[in-house]
Design a protein around this ligand. Structure first.
Ligand SMILES: [Zn+2]
Length: 384
């Protein structure tokens, strides 16, 4: 325990998928963090939302959205196409895909989060990947500066979790830095709740258990910080919530039934909640557009709407046409996975289950209303 206390520390805790609706009816740190507000999310998965939190920018500005995008000229994955010759039962098993993802990440020197997911090897040479660098490091963004770059430039001493490590290790590291009493800003990254919610859904008792664990661990952080700092400010935020899945749509099957040729007529990326299409001829564009317009469980996003959502990219980088499923509907199978799951996010930000949360022990500065506003809040807390 130190004798001379530092004046102030601001601790930002990021809990992936701790949605406003996930916390509803649950008393998570209610006494310690009485300031609670809903934050509007950003269209896309964590691969889009976390960059918005770290930069204050919308996806079209920071250039991070869904992981895979059509770009045969720049695709680094051409050598992987040969894996298509191996039996699918072997190379498409989850564990084998994980091992391959790790090997590819190492071979290409990617420092970001990299997963091959379920993207078919016969088409992988058509795609490039948008998170090649570690977004939690200075210089990690495709465009713009993240908070860590700003902190370093301003010479602020800060703590940040290493997302490669487990939660327990990241809690210990935070405690070590609190003990030293040198940092004035800390960012703790917690991702396990997201994985659990995907598996069991937001209504499960297991979610109560997990939140109780976090509650206990974060109380310890608050108590420990209070011994080393005069003023402890804590902000817990998330990137999105989690909807309970009620409907599966075989979008790939429907598109393939049109008899168009993938790669010659069109190219598609199938995320869990979005079909993204690129067209090589007008016939394919019309056929696919007409098919999608007839699917009641989702809708085509207009250019105008994509613009309003901050997801209108230069040269339609992430798709010339975006078909978004309604909340609770998933595309199965998709390029993200073959098996259905209980919870999913990546729906329209207007859907109540998309809302993120912000909990704090002080009135949050800068009146944040949407997740990109966290960037301004963090700068304010760091005094930069
Ligand atoms: Zn998730």
């Amino acid at each position: 325990m130190s004798v001379a206390k530092q004046r102030r520390i601001s601790i930002v805790v990021f809990i992936d998928a701790m949605g406003w609706e996930v916390l509803k009816g649950r008393s998570f740190l209610a006494r310690e963090l009485p300031y609670r507000r809903k934050l509007r999310s950003v269209l896309g998965y964590s691969s889009a939302c976390v960059p918005s939190i770290l930069t204050g920018l919308m996806p079209r500005e920071h250039g991070h959205w869904s992981f895979f995008y059509y770009s045969p000229e720049t695709s680094p994955f051409k050598p992987l196409r040969a894996l298509n010759l191996l039996p699918g039962g072997l190379v498409n098993r989850g564990r084998v895909r994980n091992l391959l993802s790790r090997a590819v990440k190492k071979a290409y020197g990617f420092t970001g989060y990299f997963q091959l997911y379920n993207v078919p090897f016969r088409y992988i040479h058509l795609f490039d990947y948008c998170e090649k660098r570690d977004i939690f490091k200075p210089g990690g963004m495709n465009r713009g500066k993240n908070i860590f770059e700003c902190l370093e430039q301003a010479g602020v001493r800060y703590h940040v979790s290493d997302w490669h490590l487990g939660e327990e290790e990241n809690f210990s590291r935070l405690h070590r830095d609190i003990e030293r009493g040198e940092v004035t800003f800390a960012f703790l990254y917690l991702a396990q709740l997201d994985a659990l919610l995907h598996r069991v859904g937001k209504e499960s008792d297991k979610v109560d258990q997990k939140l109780a664990e976090y509650e206990q661990a974060l109380r310890k952080v608050l108590a420990h910080a209070a011994r080393h700092y005069e003023d402890v400010r804590m902000f817990i935020c998330s990137d999105h919530g989690m909807a309970t899945v009620h409907t599966h749509v075989d979008l790939i099957g429907k598109v393939e039934a049109l008899g168009l040729e993938y790669g010659r007529d069109y190219v598609a990326a199938y995320d869990s909640t979005m079909g993204r299409f690129w067209f090589h001829n007008e016939h394919a564009r019309e056929r696919i557009r007409a098919l999608l317009a007839d699917i009641p469980e989702g809708r085509i996003l207009s250019d105008q709407e994509l613009h309003a959502l901050g997801c209108d990219f230069d040269h339609h980088q992430f798709g010339e046409l975006i078909f978004l499923m309604d909340a609770g509907v998933i595309i199965v199978p998709s390029h993200m996975g073959e098996k259905p799951i209980t919870g999913m996010h990546g729906y329209h930000p207007d859907a109540p289950d998309s809302d993120a949360s912000l909990l704090s022990n002080v009135e949050p500065p800068c009146d944040p209303k949407a997740i990109p506003d966290m960037f301004r809040l963090m700068r304010h807390e760091a005094g930069i």
